[in-house]
Ligand binder design. Structure first.
Ligand SMILES: Cc1cc2nc3c(=O)[nH]c(=O)nc-3n(C[C@H](O)[C@H](O)[C@H](O)COP(=O)(O)O)c2cc1C
Length: 196
């Protein structure tokens, strides 16, 4: 499929069929992530690709608060994210690998100059990796959804995974059982200033 058409038609899938994603496809999705733009050859991402249904359900469960019957906005968002995760065939938990910060001694000069903008640099590269993964998933007919709500329970999720990293996103993956329509976009002319 032509790339722009795929980008425009790719919807966020919030309900998935009970169908596994073949490992070779999952592996290609991850590969698309690691071929996102590196920063001075650093790859500031680390992925946990989880297909174990029990672990997926445990993570979904962590998003449900004891007071989840109270309809606050954050409760509703967490409830919704919990359901999306629960139905997914796989989830990719995306972490900042911390590689760039870890290199601060070896890279003292570069680091000093970039420290101020390092968080943005890392996050930008990680976001590009995420979008690569979701687009390649879509090209294989695998739907996805980008979630940040689970970050509210990052500590608990990290404890479950025995990992100490800085969580950036949770990407759910699977074959869509329900499709949504995309929200509208502003016209191009309202989103860009051309300087010709
Ligand atoms: C950084 C980021 C975080 C998001 N977090 C959530 C989330 O926690 N829960 C959710 O339902 N949608 C979340 N979304 C929205 C969906 O992933 C998806 O982008 C959106 O529903 C698609 O709408 P569109 O048709 O306007 O592109 C998030 C999107 C982005 C970019």
């Amino acid at each position: 499929m032509e790339l722009l058409r795929l980008i425009k038609s790719k919807q966020c899938v919030r309900e998935y069929k009970k169908k596994r994603i073949p490992h070779n496809i999952l592996s290609k999705i991850i590969e698309a992530g690691i071929w996102g733009p590196a920063v001075h050859h650093y790859q500031p991402w680390k992925f946990f690709a989880i297909t174990n249904k029990k672990t997926i359900v445990e993570i979904a469960q962590l998003l449900l608060r004891a007071d989840s019957s109270t309809k606050t906005v954050s409760n509703l968002l967490e409830y919704s994210a919990s359901n999306i995760i629960r139905s997914a065939a796989a989830i990719i938990i995306v972490y900042n690998s911390g590689d760039m910060h870890a290199m601060r001694h070896r890279l003292k000069q570069l680091y000093l100059k970039f420290e101020r903008i390092l968080d943005i640099v890392e996050l930008s590269a990680i976001a590009a990796a995420i979008q690569n993964m979701m687009l390649v998933a879509e090209s294989f007919g695998v739907g996805s959804c980008w979630l940040d709500t689970p970050l509210l329970q990052a500590q608990k999720i990290n404890k479950l995974l025995r990992h100490k990293g800085k969580m950036v996103a949770v990407i759910t993956l699977g074959y869509a059982s329900q499709r949504n329509t995309r929200s509208l976009r502003k016209p191009i002319k309202d989103s860009v200033n051309y300087i010709k």
